[in-house]
Design a protein around this ligand. Structure first.
Ligand code: 3PG
Length: 208
């Protein structure tokens, strides 16, 4: 049984955000991330095979910290937890969704993009969150601007971040890690090019 992490933001510098179209890709790509030094995966609930992919990784790659991303309803939170996810990530944070994620008992990163959303999540007793969509919402300069006025919050910015832009986020005091899909490009997955995924993971693991 995979263990539940204490702080999601301190595990790795870059959380791989993954869209799996073919369930057969799930296990080899998870192994490639582990081999590259990034033993964390956020598997997004954006495809019909996502829950099956989570079940496969939970069973066959227990050494990876396995999360479900793009959680947008309480029902999805419940299903992801039942499939074996050990953390949850959502793109936004309605009160109902926050309750649904809290009910799973799993750690989670609710999505925020504005100061009021950050304050609402802090009011709910949660200090670690996703900043999404990071680049479109003002990027690293935005997070830098709010680091002093909203000092209690720590972020995993995600959305439009690349290997080139990640360091500008990682140098901020209110950023623990970033998330990104650049480590698992669709063409590499389609070609079964796990060596490329491993090499992209290795580069990302060295970013901090
Ligand atoms: C997410 O779900 O967090 C984002 O879609 C990932 O963003 P990226 O594909 O721009 O890295």
């Amino acid at each position: 049984m995979p263990s539940t992490p204490e702080s999601l933001l301190d595990l790795v510098p870059v959380v791989p955000v993954v869209v799996v179209e073919d369930v057969a890709h799930a296990v080899p790509l998870a192994r490639a991330l582990v081999a590259g030094g990034l033993p964390v995966i956020e598997l997004t609930l954006r495809t019909p095979v996502a829950l099956e992919a989570i079940r496969a990784i939970a069973a066959e790659v227990p050494e990876i910290t396995l999360g479900a991303g793009t959680v947008t309803t309480p029902q999805q939170a419940k299903e992801a937890a039942a499939a074996g996810a050990t953390f949850l990530v959502s793109p936004g944070a309605t009160p109902r969704l926050l309750d649904g994620m809290l009910e799973t008992g799993l750690p989670f990163l609710p999505g925020t993009a504005t100061v009021s959303e950050v304050l609402a999540v802090l009011e709910a007793g949660i200090s670690e969150m996703k900043f999404f969509p990071a680049e479109a919402s003002g990027g690293a300069p935005y997070l830098k601007s709010i680091s002093s006025p909203v000092a209690g919050a720590r972020f995993c910015p995600t959305g439009g971040i690349t290997a080139a832009s990640a360091p500008s986020y990682l140098s901020l005091p209110n950023v623990g890690c970033v998330g990104g899909s650049w480590l698992t490009p669709a063409d590499a997955l389609a070609a079964g090019d796990w060596a490329r995924v491993e090499s992209l993971a290795r580069e990302a693991a060295a970013l901090r």
